[in-house]
Design a protein. Structure first.
Length: 159
């Protein structure tokens, strides 16, 4: 019983870290971007890269482990539709998150160069930011859908 409770707790904390850190990172990056101040963007993006590394990446690793152990402990089959759909959405989230991490690093570096050379942010920064922004929506909604599936555990058939 204690083992199951610990797994549930770790899984829920991991899910909230994914959703909360993702939303927080998006908010702070967007607010910094809107200023067009290279110094502020460089600083914020630097913090975002660290936060993504510490929090999001940790949760990305913990979630499938605790999810698998929890499913095994509770006797749930990983092919149950709500679990399988969660895993598919998790994969989709990863497909959008990985480029976002790389883009955040590039945005930080481009802003740092603009600060160091006392120039405006280059067009490449704005191009990458648009991609970063667009990738955030499917990743966020996929995580939100996973949370709903986790809580509702709906019964449905694939076909």
């Amino acid at each position: 019983m204690l083992y199951e409770l610990a797994l549930r707790w770790m899984h829920v904390v991991g899910a909230t870290v994914l959703l909360g850190t993702g939303a927080g990172i998006a908010f702070f990056m967007l607010m910094a971007h809107r200023t067009r101040d290279a110094r502020l963007i460089a600083h914020t993006a630097g913090v975002v890269v660290v936060a993504d590394t510490l929090f999001t990446a940790s949760a990305v690793v913990v979630q499938p482990i605790t999810g698998y152990l929890l499913a095994r402990e509770l006797g749930w089959d990983l092919t149950e539709p709500w679990i399988a759909l969660s895993l598919i959405l998790y994969g989709i989230t990863g497909l959008f998150w990985l480029p976002v991490v790389w883009i955040q690093i590039r945005l930080r570096d481009l802003a740092r160069v603009a600060v160091a050379t006392d120039t405006d942010l280059p067009p490449r920064y704005f191009f990458l930011f648009r991609i970063w922004f667009a990738c955030g929506f499917p990743a966020f909604f996929a995580v939100a859908a996973i949370l709903w599936l986790m809580l509702a555990r709906p019964v449905f058939e694939w076909f």
